[in-house]
Ligand binder design. Structure first.
Ligand SMILES: [Zn+2]
Length: 418
């Protein structure tokens, strides 16, 4: 077996393609290996439309970057014919080693996609010595292609939340199929308004699903999300995620702290103590002292803290009926505590929010849905974003969200092995 035969096997070349020539240039840096592939003279090629063996009409010279040959950059050159089919006329054929329109061989692209799943794109582009712009083009092609094959015919329960895409309040909204055990992300789109739900609904319909079959949605209390769901996923019951209720009260509590601090100074340890989960047992001695002071003096902050802590009483309700009853009575008692207390206005607002969404909060006792998984995925997306030191644009961030959290990554692996 000579060198040419080895290279032919390595490239996976099949008739009519043969390796005609090869040239290693060590006078340039990095060194490069050029491989020249040709079809035997007089060969017939399949028409791209019907597959009928046709003669070549003319040829064009093309070059593809291939996997490195050891440390040398490797390029594949071929004269690619256009066939002349009696039925379909003159058409450029597809070569077996590259997809049309790409300057890279399929093997090169597969290697690039495997690396992109493991490390930041900028690092991969340095490793492969191609520009990150060209690498992103490959990523977008494969993510888009795999997304096109996504089957959403069984989607019935959906979780959605926003994730920060860059500094300055830019967001991407991510949608999860709550019944998918692995890689639950099925859609991601820039923005966090009503239009994101409309786009999701259309996406489901384009992928074999029916937006009317979505019967459960879990999200936060954003009015944009809620009205979007009402309009574009009309069959869905909404569960307001418990985490977001607690978050609303925690923010209100912080607001009370700031207001009151303008009037009287709090010990510094207090801020962290009230923001931490007091049941977690992770308070310092200073924080515990500060908390004891807080409870013994009748500050607005103390009242606000109790209002927030007593949410747990609702959370522990055994049944939806019990939860409904507890919310009603919680609101009645806590409203009395905030009446005529200007410093507690933020808590009064939080109570109104809870009342407005009471039925959707109770829904969690029926649907069993939480956004905990989405919160976890969000951590992965943000870790990737910070490893990449941000993304140049939202489309790139979204492509990474799909690679990390959706079935796209696995579909790529499977496509490779066939
Ligand atoms: Zn044809």
């Amino acid at each position: 077996m000579d060198g040419t035969q080895i290279m032919t096997l390595g490239l996976g070349l099949e008739a009519p393609w043969i390796l005609k020539d090869q040239h290693l240039d060590t006078s340039v840096s990095p060194h490069r290996l050029d491989l020249y592939v040709e079809a035997e003279r007089g060969s017939l090629y399949p028409c791209p439309e019907c597959g009928k063996a046709c003669p070549a009409h003319d040829f064009a010279d093309k070059t593809w970057r291939h996997l490195n040959f050891f440390q040398h950059h490797c390029y594949l050159h071929a004269r690619v014919p256009r066939t002349k089919c009696p039925e379909h006329g003159v058409k450029r054929i597809e070569v077996p080693w590259a997809r049309s329109g790409s300057d890279f061989t399929l093997l090169f692209e597969q290697a690039a996609m495997s690396l992109v799943k493991e490390m930041p794109v900028l690092a991969v582009s340095r490793q492969l010595e191609i520009s990150d712009t060209r690498l992103w083009r490959i990523v977008h092609h494969y993510v888009g292609r795999m997304l096109g094959q996504l089957d959403l015919s069984k989607v019935e329960a959906v979780g959605l939340d926003e994730t920060a895409s860059r500094r300055g309040h830019r967001y991407v909204t991510v949608f999860l199929d709550m019944q998918r055990k692995q890689e639950p992300v099925i859609f991601a789109i820039p923005g966090h308004g009503k239009a994101t739900i409309e786009a999701f609904s259309a996406f489901v319909a384009e992928h074999g699903g029916d937006p009317d079959n979505v019967v459960e949605v879990v999200c936060d209390m954003s009015q944009a999300f809620l009205s979007g769901v009402a309009e574009h996923l009309p069959g869905a019951e909404v569960t307001i995620d418990w985490f977001h209720i607690v978050q609303t009260f925690t923010k209100a509590l912080d607001e009370v702290r700031k207001r009151e601090r303008r009037q009287q100074a709090h010990p510094k340890a207090l801020r962290w103590a009230v923001l931490k989960n007091t049941e977690a047992g992770n308070l310092t001695a200073n924080q515990i002292t500060a908390l004891q002071e807080l409870v013994s003096d009748r500050s607005a902050m103390a009242d606000a803290w109790i209002i927030k802590e007593k949410l747990r009483w609702i959370q522990q309700a055994p049944t939806p009926r019990g939860a409904r009853w507890r919310i009603t009575n919680y609101l009645r008692v806590m409203r009395e505590a905030v009446t005529d207390q200007p410093l507690l206005k933020p808590m009064a607002k939080a109570l109104n929010t809870l009342e407005r969404h009471a039925e959707q909060v109770v829904r969690r006792w029926l649907s069993g849905l939480t956004n905990a998984r989405l919160e976890g995925m969000n951590g992965l997306f943000q870790a990737a974003r910070s490893r990449a030191r941000g993304y140049r644009n939202e489309a790139n961030f979204i492509a990474m969200i799909y690679l990390i959290g959706s079935p796209v990554g696995r579909m790529l692996d499977q496509a490779k092995s066939t």
